[in-house]
Design a protein around this ligand. Structure first.
Ligand code: MIC
Ligand code: SF4
Length: 754
């Protein structure tokens, strides 16, 4: 039986009426995305048509998912909200804090030793507030959600950018910062700008070496890393129906890499098969009763150009397998053309590792298709030239794959089976074969391949492909290998060719698992005590942020003027710093250490205006804080792109930064700043960025009149006493200005609950 079936039944009971109403109000047939959005309005039944890409709308998501690296801060905040339980079904998944090194058993043991304090904290908070808890080793958040919680037509939010994976089961699932999740946990609305719609029509059928992954690798090549911004990507057409449910999940998952708000597919037979195979026939039966409401209207799919803002068409029958990379997931190259490109760009041809896993590609089907290639290597006496690492997506998948002999095939090739966790995908990889920053190449089935991501080495060239292609490339050990045309020399000196991969959509003998790693919370958790040791270096209870007084916004100093790209990684790095995700004071020591100072082009080297000396950003900022002086951070375009981590807003706030003034913001980060009671501002005139000098002091002359739709005036006093007065824009509405005035959105929730 499915989790929370009563909640799902309730959603379905309202769906038809709300969708019909939305159709009437908008006066047109509806896409699936619109059906889900209009049936999840905070105010209930729709009563007005929203403008896509313009209107801010309050939604009521059905559920929330959090992973261990972001849940710590989200739950530390929720604990302050003064609620007895979470208002909507919520789960926590331990998957980011497990390092891949020797293999599942040893690695999990080590993680439980080194991070037990954090896991225990998450477990007890979950128990106290009615949150479902998935232990370390239970699986990667998005696979576990797809197998247990996702349902067609539902809306969820999650504190991880790949929450979008659940679109594979017909949801609108969106990645958010922890404070957004806290609002919904506390029983409040969740706000989003009504998204634009991109339609992707799929025709034909996958064949040969081409996999679902290649659909999104191709789409990423077309749309690039920014092309999906502010939009939901909706897939449809006969080709969509030919894809497995987990394959659809893969495609939606990597929608995060094109900046899309989310991606989704209409309910179909493949989803029904997946629901039944994962012990959720009850959802399938309910969904079947309202089937037309769980997909886009026929007229929309017949004439997509009328109803979507943009339409892309892909013929699966002629789509070729791709490898994307290095360093960016949108650099798409069809397999077969990579050798030439690599030679031209001096990318190492020799492949050191083939890694299969991550939330993108760790389903039973993925493992079975990759295993069919691995089996051929065994049968055809091919010794793999690269190392193999496998991260199954969940314990259910691992257990079933082991039972069915799939893992055994990889082990025969010398593969290391890592924990059911993120592992190398988030830099949790103690790579033994190479230390230092040697140039090298790896291939993997993950979603992101940014510099340093997997192993911390800026010279590791990572290429993203399907699991079966990763397997073939790893066996050949060469980036230029084209399994469709090339042969390999086996141990007997014979030329052999790999046959096309074959796989199983679902395990023929059904899924099986001994202990899936789930811990249900207590019915009444009020007696559960949440322990946080006073001297802990990993966890720290939060103190409410004090509102920033208008008087403090006179005489503000410049902390850093960031030059060029400044992502959440530059503001709050991952890797070794994941350790401090629950301790604001400690993690604040990485604040902006990756940002480039516009005045000297160095990282972590800024001027203290009082002493004239240069130091690290966190140190200099702490000196200002000690003096009670507020500061400002200045930045360029798309400031805060990348992950959903709200640490990138909380850390500067904690250290005393009052305002962030940039040319433009990434969506989640701008919201995160507002939630923490800071000023997130944009230059009314972008060229004013050039006016900012190293020794500047800022006066927010009209901050007392801070109000909706009214730009603020900023007086900049330069070292020589000369002044510039500029206008700065903001997108705060009245409610968000209240967050600012209270010190944070959370302070306001607390006040309302008091
Ligand atoms: C990622 O894939 O980059 C992460 C780690 O899952 C992040 C979340 C985080 O920073 O904890 C994400 O994608 O949101
Ligand atoms: Fe984990 Fe990687 Fe997926 Fe992020 S992208 S949730 S790090 S597996």
């Amino acid at each position: 039986m499915a989790f929370d079936i009563d909640m799902i039944k309730k959603v379905y009971a309202q769906m038809a009426e709300r969708v019909d109403k939305a159709r009437e109000i908008t006066g047109k047939p509806l896409t699936l995305s619109e059906k889900i959005l209009y049936s999840h309005l905070w105010d209930g039944s729709p009563n007005k048509a929203f403008q896509r890409g313009k209107d801010y709308v309050d939604f009521a998501p059905d559920r929330i998912a959090c992973q261990d690296a972001t849940a710590q801060m989200a739950l530390l905040q929720f604990m302050q909200a003064g609620k007895k339980t979470v208002a909507v079904p919520t789960t926590v998944h331990c998957d980011h804090l497990i390092q891949a090194k020797q293999g599942a058993v040893q690695d999990l043991k080590r993680a439980n030793e080194t991070s037990n304090e954090v896991f225990d904290f998450l477990e007890s908070v979950s128990n106290k507030y009615g949150i479902g808890f998935w232990k370390p080793g239970a699986g990667i958040i998005h696979q576990v959600v797809l197998e247990n919680y996702a349902f067609p037509g539902g809306m969820m939010i999650g504190t991880d950018s790949h929450t979008v994976n659940a679109g594979g089961l017909g949801m609108v699932a969106i990645g958010v910062g922890g404070a957004d999740a806290v609002d919904v946990m506390a029983g409040m609305a969740w706000e989003l700008k009504f998204p634009k719609l991109i339609g992707v029509k799929l025709t034909g059928e996958l064949n040969g070496w081409t996999a679902s992954k290649d659909v999104i690798l191709k789409v990423a090549g077309i749309l690039t890393v920014k092309g999906g911004t502010g939009a939901i990507v909706e897939y449809f057409g006969p080709g969509a129906k030919n894809l497995s449910c987990t394959g659809k999940g893969t495609i939606c998952n990597m929608g995060a890499e094109i900046g899309a708000t989310t991606s989704t597919f209409g309910y179909d037979d493949a989803m029904e098969r997946f629901l039944r195979a994962t012990d959720r026939a009850d959802i399938a039966d309910e969904a079947n009763k309202i089937r037309p409401y769980l997909t886009g209207d026929d007229e929309v799919y017949a004439n997509p150009e009328i109803y979507f803002d943009q339409v892309i068409e892909i013929d699966l029958s002629t789509l070729r397998p791709h490898l994307n990379g290095p360093f960016t997931p949108d650099l798409a190259t069809p397999v077969g053309q990579l050798g030439e490109k690599a030679k031209k760009n001096d990318w190492p041809i020799k492949v050191d590792w083939g890694l299969i896993g991550s939330c993108t590609n760790s389903s039973y089907e993925d493992l079975s298709r990759a295993a069919s290639i691995a089996q051929q290597a065994v049968d055809k006496k091919l010794k793999p030239k690269s190392d193999f690492g496998i991260n199954p997506g969940s314990e259910q998948i691992r257990f079933t794959a082991e039972r069915d002999g799939l893992l055994d095939v990889f082990e025969k090739l010398g593969a290391t089976i890592f924990t059911n966790a993120c592992g190398p995908c988030i830099g949790q990889w103690d790579r033994s074969d190479r230390k230092g920053d040697e140039k090298n190449t790896i291939v993997h089935s993950f979603n992101r391949n940014f510099s340093k991501r997997a192993d911390g080495n800026p010279n590791t060239h990572a290429f993203v492909g399907s699991p079966e292609m990763v397997a073939a490339i790893a066996i050949s050990g060469r980036l230029d290998f084209d399994p469709m045309n090339d042969t390999l020399l086996n141990e007997d000196g014979q030329e052999v060719k790999l046959d096309v991969p074959v796989g199983l959509e679902l395990p023929p003998k059904g899924f099986e698992v001994d202990d899936n790693g789930y811990l249900a919370p207590k019915e009444d958790g009020s007696s559960v005590e949440v322990k946080v040791a006073k001297d802990s270096e990993r966890l720290q209870l939060l103190e409410p942020f004090q509102p920033i007084k208008d008087s403090e916004l006179q005489g503000v100093k410049l902390l850093i003027k960031a030059f060029g790209k400044c992502t959440t990684d530059h503001i709050s790095m991952a890797g070794p710093w994941l350790r401090y995700r629950g301790h604001l004071d400690n993690i604040a020591n990485n604040t902006l250490i990756g940002a480039v100072n516009a005045f000297n082009k160095k990282t972590n080297f800024v001027k203290n205006q009082f002493t004239g000396e240069y130091g690290g950003v966190p140190n200099v900022q702490r000196e200002y804080k000690a003096k009670g002086i507020k500061t400002i951070v200045v930045g360029d375009h798309n400031y805060g792109e990348g992950s959903s981590r709200e640490h990138a807003a909380m850390q500067p706030r904690f250290l005393g930064v009052a305002a962030v003034l940039v040319k433009s913001f990434a969506r989640i980060h701008e919201t995160n700043l507002k939630k923490q009671g800071m000023l997130g501002l944009t230059f009314a005139n972008e060229a004013d960025y050039d006016l900012i000098q190293e020794d500047d002091t800022f006066n927010f002359v009209d901050i007392a009149d801070f109000s909706e739709n009214k730009p603020l005036t900023l007086e900049i006093v330069h070292k020589d006493g000369s002044k510039d007065t500029i206008k700065v824009n903001h997108t705060y509405n009245d409610a968000q200005i209240k967050w600012y005035r209270e010190g944070s959105a959370l302070n306001l929730i607390k006040k309302q609950n008091a």
